[in-house]
Design a protein around this ligand. Structure first.
Ligand code: OGA
Ligand code: MN
Length: 280
């Protein structure tokens, strides 16, 4: 079986074929996956019926796994695996999307000092209507800013804050444990990718305001940058099929899940997250 890389038309993402990640990934295959990951930012592997252990093992190829701050959705036996599901054990839907913060543009764990390098998501249950995952290419978003704007934001830092992020997405308030585990952090708004050296915008819902600037002024700049980055022509829309495995580079993309009817549609994703570097 020969590994294949098929870039999507009119998109930055690519589909990787000719590989069975459940069994093993050899050195040469890993090299191609890694190169494609840096080039395309979002990779799709179709027809990969992984179990949680194989999912976790695949994640560990890319680095150290990082648990989610929300302990209530951790997999009971494999705490590096997080399950976001609106399906109850009896098969009925809960009627609510499990993590509202995923429905707004964000990059994973930017509210920590060492945010996620990649998130690897699979979808045992998919919504029939809605529930697509959308991705924005933040390198292209940076490249397409005006030169004036690039200069204006060059040395700015945003504060990323789990507490504020929850407020903005109308989620339950952060718990005292979570507040202790994730105090606000600052990251540059223009981030240099540690592997490719390319500059990207590094913003999203976890960013609350700009350091050293009036709150409202910073919020407006962040909102304007987000609007620019999430214009339709910069988006990859992933329409899920059962047994898709999706991985993305959190250092140069943002993502969100499109709304769906959480009372009617069953949607479950399992995810592992690989820890990254402190943004510079
Ligand atoms: C995530 C996330 C989006 C989705 O797992 O980090 O944002 O489509 N998920 O479920
Ligand atoms: Mn996410």
């Amino acid at each position: 079986m020969q590994i294949t890389v098929k870039p999507f038309e009119n998109s930055f993402a690519a589909e990787i074929g000719g590989i069975d990640i459940q069994n093993s990934v050899n050195k040469q295959q890993f090299k191609i996956i890694h190169e494609s990951f840096l080039k395309h930012k979002v990779l799709i592997f179709r027809n990969q019926p992984l179990d949680d252990e194989a999912h976790q093992n695949f994640g560990m190829l890319f680095g150290e796994l990082d648990g989610h701050i929300n302990k209530s959705t951790r997999h009971k036996a494999l705490p590096s695996v997080q399950v976001f599901s609106n399906v109850k054990p009896n098969g009925e839907t809960t009627g609510v999307h499990p993590e509202k913060g995923t429905q707004v543009w964000h990059t994973d764990k930017s509210y920590t000092a060492t945010p996620s390098l990649t998130t690897i998501l699979r979808s045992p249950e998919i919504a029939r209507v809605g529930g697509d995952t959308l991705f924005a290419d933040m390198t292209r978003a940076y490249d397409t800013l005006s030169e004036n704007m690039k200069t204006d934001i060059e040395n700015l830092f945003a504060v990323h804050d789990w507490v504020r992020s929850r407020e903005k997405s109308n989620e339950r308030a952060a718990t005292p444990d979570e507040i202790k585990a994730a105090p606000p952090v600052k990251h540059p708004i223009v981030r240099t990718h540690p592997e490719t050296g390319k500059k990207s915008l590094y913003i999203g819902n976890h960013s609350s305001h700009i350091l050293g600037m009036k709150l409202k002024e910073g919020e407006t700049i962040l909102a304007d940058l987000e609007a620019h980055a999430t214009k339709q022509d910069l988006i990859y829309r992933h329409k899920w099929q059962i047994d898709d495995v999706l991985m993305w580079d959190n250092r140069c993309t943002m993502h969100c899940v499109e709304p769906y009817d959480a009372a009617k549609e069953k949607r479950s994703v399992h995810r592992v997250v690989v820890k990254g570097d402190a943004p510079v």
